[in-house]
Design a protein around this ligand. Structure first.
Ligand SMILES: *[C@@H]1O[C@H](CO)[C@@H](O)[C@H](O)[C@H]1NC(C)=O
Ligand SMILES: *[C@@H]1O[C@H](CO)[C@@H](O)[C@H](O)[C@H]1NC(C)=O
Ligand SMILES: *[C@@H]1O[C@H](CO)[C@@H](O)[C@H](O)[C@H]1NC(C)=O
Ligand SMILES: *[C@@H]1O[C@H](CO)[C@@H](O)[C@H](O)[C@H]1NC(C)=O
Ligand SMILES: *[C@@H]1O[C@H](CO)[C@@H](O)[C@H](O)[C@H]1NC(C)=O
Length: 602
């Protein structure tokens, strides 16, 4: 009785202390989530709910439903040298940041039985994480259907307004070292949000941004599809398939000349299909194609990666449970959670906007940027990102200049390559997909800790036990009694991949071999999930009527698929409009996204 009275009083106190229009932090507190056991050794403090993101005061008065973004905050479990906060964004446009929370960098992973279990490796270990569903309408966020965001400046204002509300509720985070991070289409969101934040809420110490397999510079990234495919062994140079892909790439290049800074270029959206056609085949009577987020895998046609990672289906089921949405304070959101929303994507006029490539330099003048890339991703592949960096002019010079690419190892495995110059850090992660943290959680976490400049000598327990080294600098490792008995092991020799290196201009200095202690972690730690991306429109080649040769993108299959998997009811009109156009949008942002196609006017 007494404890609950005390709690009640303290809640009341907080409620009274807050201005009348600001909800109390306590009203966002999530004491538990159905089916996710609190682990006493790994206690999680969670807040979640909606915050207003309407920046237009006129509309705030006139509209009956105003836009609200949704967030999940997970407090840091430990403190190293200081406290930090990271806001995380998945891509789309229109894909929910629950991808990051449930499958990539969050505190739990699918347990393989439809549930989730708390595990090591989440970024909340040393950083307060805030997963944001935006723009309004994405994930659990909501708005009136005629108020979807069409342009980047609206998305920026929504996010900034959301942040202002967030800081009213949680003022303690306003002066904390702040980072923005995300992947895929967040390669557009993040630079623009950073730019807006730096100029509008100046007392927030934004210390850096991190972008994984980002869609940043379409003009180089489209053209990289063919180069990456050759490199990855998908296409053989000068083969018939390559020549066809080359022709399409040249046509795309011509289109790019018309508007080289556009966020998407419609004429180039089919390239992904052109380069992967060669990998369409029937396996056991099933049409398969390459997984465009991880070229090591195939998927059923026409999903080509939409069914991946398999955990997405259980995530969707879990977030669809009413007791889960209640626990998350998400029930004012109408309908069920959908990973990616086609209507949000369609409303966003990418083709009419300038890409984030154009503002990277002005962001780099003020804060460090980390660009990282899982090396198995095709859709936002590392080859394109490396070309983009070579073309980028920032802080007085073009490209990285004469700097050394360092080798980097985590947990005694070669983790990737690392290079930095004038506030830009580029990291290639080995054996990782479009959703690099899904495949390599400890590697991605180590990367983020290094990027944020966490003092490794000050960390204790958990990831402090995982050895890692960058160049010749090894992280101090906490060795426990039991672990100390494990044998010493030398790190693996440089991989061919490393030796090849990507920066022809810079030599890849294999660092002095570092002797690492292997600390064996529970094998379970490595059973994880990964995830996703941005959307790409893949029109079928009108002339190529050969069914054997083309991904069956005919509308009936797509229709069925989209209908079956879509949780939103907005795909009806799209289905009928697709008709004979033989066009499909790959929602490179989502598994659920076959509903997501755009109509072409021609
Ligand atoms: C605010 O919304 C109103 C009504 O939609 C619109 O007329 C006005 O231009 C908007 N103002 C700004 C600054 O966007
Ligand atoms: C999803 O949940 C089902 C049980 O509902 C389970 O059998 C399956 O293995 C789970 N899938 C994944 C990828 O975890
Ligand atoms: C890099 O970022 C810092 C802030 O972290 C800024 O002061 C500096 O001017 C930037 N530019 C260069 C060239 O380092
Ligand atoms: C990449 O993964 C494969 C299999 O998953 C493994 O055999 C190989 O050692 C890994 N390579 C690196 C550099 O981690
Ligand atoms: C890092 O942390 C250790 C242990 O707390 C401390 O002794 C050291 O001075 C710190 N280093 C820096 C650069 O702050």
């Amino acid at each position: 009785m007494l404890p609950s009275l005390v709690l009640l009083l303290s809640l009341l106190q907080r409620a009274l202390a807050a201005p009348p229009d600001t909800p109390a932090a306590a009203s966002f507190y999530v004491p538990s989530l159905p089916g996710i056991q609190q682990d006493p050794n790994h206690p999680l403090t969670i807040y979640a709910g909606h915050l207003s993101s309407e920046y237009n005061t006129t509309r705030l008065v006139t509209d009956s439903v105003s836009p609200h973004l949704f967030f999940v905050l997970i407090k840091n479990r430990r403190i190293a040298d200081k406290e930090r906060i990271v806001f995380w964004f998945n891509g789309g446009p229109g894909c929910s940041s629950f991808d990051g929370l449930m499958m990539e960098i969050g505190p739990w992973r699918s347990d393989g039985n439809g549930g989730f279990k708390v595990q090591e490796g989440g970024w909340e270990e040393y950083t307060t994480m805030v997963y944001v569903d935006q723009p309004a309408g994405t994930g659990f966020s909501y708005t009136a259907t005629d108020r979807y965001v069409h342009y980047m400046d609206e998305a920026q204002q929504q996010f900034i307004h959301f942040l202002q509300q967030f800081y009213k509720v949680f003022p303690e985070y306003k002066r904390m070292d702040t980072y923005l991070a995300g992947e895929s289409f967040a390669g557009q969101w993040i630079p623009f949000f950073a730019d807006a934040l730096l100029s509008s809420i100046r007392d927030v110490p934004l210390k850096g941004v991190a972008i994984g397999n980002g869609w940043i510079d379409p003009k180089t990234q489209y053209k990289s599809y063919i180069d990456y495919s050759v490199k990855a062994g998908i296409l053989e140079e000068n083969s018939a398939a390559w020549k066809e892909a080359k022709e399409a790439t040249d046509a795309c290049s011509t289109a790019i000349e018309k508007d080289e800074n556009s966020m998407v270029i419609d004429e180039c959206e089919g390239l992904l299909l052109d380069v992967t056609k060669v990998r369409q085949k029937k396996v056991g009577g099933v049409d398969t194609c390459i997984n465009i987020y991880d070229v090591r895998y195939n998927d059923e046609s026409p999903a080509c990666g939409m069914n991946w990672p398999p955990e997405i289906h259980n995530v969707t089921t879990y977030l669809g449970r009413s007791e889960v949405t209640r626990a998350l304070h998400a029930n004012s959101h109408p309908g069920s959670w959908t990973e990616c929303r086609g209507d949000i994507h369609r409303a966003f006029r990418e083709a009419k906007m300038k890409s984030s490539f154009t503002i990277l330099p002005q962001v780099l003048e003020r804060i460090p940027i980390l660009i990282f890339a899982g090396d198995q991703d095709l859709i936002c592949n590392h080859v394109g990102l490396e070309t983009m960096i070579r073309d980028l002019e920032w802080n007085g010079q073009k490209g990285l200049g004469k700097v050394e690419t360092q080798s980097w190892s985590v947990d005694s495995m070669s983790a990737g390559t690392w290079v930095e110059s004038r506030n830009l850090t580029y990291v290639k992660i080995f054996n990782a997909s479009h959703m690099a943290p899904y495949d390599q959680p400890h590697v991605a976490h180590d990367m983020m800790l290094r990027f944020m400049g966490v003092n490794f000598s000050a960390i204790i327990d958990g990831s402090a036990k995982i050895p890692s080294s960058l160049g010749s600098q090894a992280k101090p490792v906490l060795v426990e009694e039991a672990d100390a008995k494990q044998p010493m092991v030398t790190p693996p020799a440089k991989t061919p991949e490393q030796s090849k290196a990507m920066w022809e201009a810079y030599y890849n200095a294999g660092s002095a071999a570092v002797v690492l202690l292997i600390v064996f972690l529970a094998v379970g730690t490595f059973v994880w999930c990964r995830l996703r991306r941005r959307h790409v429109q893949l029109p079928t080649n009108g002339a190529g009527g050969d069914d054997e040769e083309s991904i069956p993108l005919n509308s009936s299959i797509v229709h069925e698929n989209g209908h079956r998997r879509s949780r939103s009811d907005d795909d009806e009109p799209m289905i009928s409009r697709k008709g004979k156009e033989k066009e499909v949008v790959f929602d490179v942002g989502s598994d659920n996204e076959f509903e997501d196609y755009r109509q072409r006017s021609s």
